[in-house]
Ligand binder design. Structure first.
Ligand code: FAD
Length: 289
């Protein structure tokens, strides 16, 4: 089923993002997480896709096993186009379609450092996610989602330039967007207002990263440019001596962030679950979504 139909039908709900673990132990843990989250009837679950090597095969293998073991859950693989050629992407789409996949997240992906060093051209067939969306739209009848950036993308000339590009990407065939993580809802509310003013009217799900560990979140943010407000940083710094206390304080902040979104009419939320069952359940129980 196309996720956009679910989003249009259901007023509220949660989707979960997972990543393909490198080890068998991690894979088993993820299977437990999916089983544990199933009763919450997620809007959908998505599986990230790395910029090369074994991680891509792991994504496919996990998507295949979720289809087999959890046919009630809609699963959406991510697909990045950087460094890929038309033939490879077409083959992947053909395969996913043969498996019954109806949804795909179309991404450019981060530019691999090796590519810069070797001076090769990772943009030969696809220069950006816009190209991938167009390619998928021309070839397949799939529900397409894409990444959007409430604080602007780090490579964008300006927020305005980013939004103009995002509009073009969406008009090429995106059915719904998922935002980059943010920790101050005002970024999201402003972004939604500006997007709607530009006639971007598709669902743009807020992407929420649980604040369980300040150092890890800081690392993620240094890569993607999301701002950790000083107030949050200070609130968590106090718990440097105790992981458990920091986790509890951080989860309270995340739960309040989600509550504020819901109170403001945004009741479909995307959680970057980091494959963690206990953390995700704590948030879900508090929100009653
Ligand atoms: P694009 O849409 O191609 O571009 C990103 C930005 O570059 C644009 O917003 C715009 O500012 C600028 N830009 C690009 N082309 C143009 C143009 N022609 N004109 C003007 N400006 C342009 N990465 C992974 O490797 N695997 C994943 O599974 C994955 N999942 C993600 C899920 C979510 C919800 C999010 C938010 C990100 C995810 N990423 C993932 C990270 C993503 O790949 C990076 O943010 C990457 O740097 C950009 O990808 P994109 O698809 O947004 O790129």
């Amino acid at each position: 089923m196309k996720i956009i139909d679910t989003l249009n039908k259901k007023e509220k709900g949660i989707s979960f993002e997972f990543f393909p673990p490198k080890t068998e132990k991690g894979r088993k843990k993820l299977e437990e997480t999916i089983k544990g989250l199933k009763p919450y009837k997620p809007l959908y679950i998505s599986m990230t896709y790395g910029a090369g090597g074994g991680s891509q095969e792991r994504t496919k293998s996990l998507v295949s096993s979720i289809l087999k073991n959890h046919p009630q859950i809609e699963v959406m693989p991510h697909l990045t186009c950087i460094g890929a050629n038309f033939t490879q992407i077409k083959k992947m789409l053909d395969e996913y379609q043969a498996w019954g996949i109806d949804n795909i997240m179309a991404l450019r992906g981060d530019i691999p450092q090796e590519a810069e060093q070797e001076n090769s051209n990772p943009f030969k067939d696809f220069s950006c996610a816009y190209d991938l969306v167009k390619f998928i739209k021309e070839k397949k009848d799939l529900c397409i989602s894409a990444a959007v950036y409430p604080e602007g993308h780090t490579e964008a000339e300006s927020f305005e330039a980013d939004l103009n590009y995002t509009k073009a990407k969406i008009e090429a065939g995106v059915d719904f967007g998922v935002t980059q993580m943010f920790f101050d809802n005002n970024y999201y509310y402003d972004f939604i207002q500006k997007a709607r003013a530009k006639n971007i009217n598709i669902p743009l799900l807020p992407g929420i990263l649980p604040l369980t560990n300040l150092d890890n979140v800081t690392r993620f943010c240094s890569g993607c440019g999301a701002t950790i407000p000083l107030k949050i940083r200070k609130a968590l710094e106090k718990f440097r001596g105790s992981r458990q206390d920091m986790r509890k304080a951080g989860l309270d902040i995340t739960i309040n962030q989600c509550r504020d979104l819901i109170d403001n009419g945004f009741s479909q939320i995307h959680l970057f679950s980091l494959n963690k069952l206990k953390t995700t359940k704590t948030i879900l129980e508090a929100l009653n979504l």
